[in-house]
Design a protein around this ligand. Structure first.
Ligand code: BTN
Length: 249
């Protein structure tokens, strides 16, 4: 294996369309090091999961993308999602913010989202050739549009957070979990993920294309699909197929 630990090569931008797009372009046009991270103060066309957009108040939050060259089989790609989610979750825990990973890779504090992750893989044959790991972490933003289930670190802690210290902590945590991944510690990563998984093992309300039902998350399958126990048996869900319902929507 020729994997090398993350290189602390940081690119700071004032403004950009999307740090994920900027990173993808760097991979195409230059020789970038594993770990190269693009940070911006402001992002005009931030991309979210499922083709959504990601809005973040300028200067207030961490908006960044890290370029990885993980020597990883496509069949193991969900473990990259796990490693990144654990990095964000651990970072928040180290800042004394209890949190959980809402499947597949949202980070929640109670029932509110504090961070979103967008991983875009470039695949060649059976291998992930490169990955762009985008993170939007709500740090010092104090207000969010109504109807959005969101929170920031500052709202939890009641004080402003030093964004660069936070970033450095995340980066070294990411390095740690990606190293676990590169050493093929798949079972350990999965167990850690289950320990942090939002609603794991508790009966809650969900909706699928057939309607609302009560279910219990029991794990994920090898493709990263969510397994939910319900009266009729175990249901297996892809990203767009299941909606989490909240008591207070
Ligand atoms: C989500 O929908 O929850 C994922 C949000 C990911 C947002 C981050 S912000 C930095 C990076 N650049 C992007 O365009 N998106 C990701």
């Amino acid at each position: 294996m020729n994997y090398q630990r993350l290189d602390s090569h940081f690119i700071h931008l004032d403004t950009v369309d999307s740090t994920n797009n900027y990173a993808a372009n760097l991979i195409k046009t230059t020789n970038v090091a594993n770990g190269t991270t693009i940070l911006t103060k402001r992002q005009d066309f931030g991309k979210g999961q499922r083709g959504n957009s990601w809005y973040s108040e300028p200067e207030k939050n961490l908006i960044l993308s890290t370029i990885l060259f993980p020597d990883l089989d496509v069949s193991h790609s969900f473990y990259l999602t796990i490693a990144v989610s654990l990095s964000v979750s651990r970072t928040l825990a180290d800042f004394m913010i209890p949190n959980a990973i809402k499947w597949p890779n949202d980070i929640f504090v109670n029932d509110q989202k504090i961070a979103g992750i967008l991983i875009e893989n470039q695949v060649q044959g059976k291998k992930i050739k490169s990955a762009v790991v985008g993170l939007g972490l709500n740090v010092n933003q104090l207000t969010f549009p109504t109807g959005i289930r969101a929170i920031s670190m500052s709202l939890v802690k009641g004080k402003e957070i030093d964004q660069y210290q936070l970033f450095l902590h995340y980066f070294s945590t990411l390095d740690f979990y990606i190293d676990l991944l590169m050493q093929s510690n798949f079972n350990l990563l999965l167990n850690l993920y289950y320990r942090q998984l939002y609603r794991m093992g508790t009966w809650q309300n969900y909706a699928d294309n057939e309607g609302v039902f009560s279910g219990k998350i029991v794990g994920v399958d090898a493709h990263g699909r969510l397994k939910v126990e319900r009266e009729s048996g175990i249901g297996v869900y892809d990203l767009k197929e299941l909606k989490f319902l909240f008591n207070r929507n």
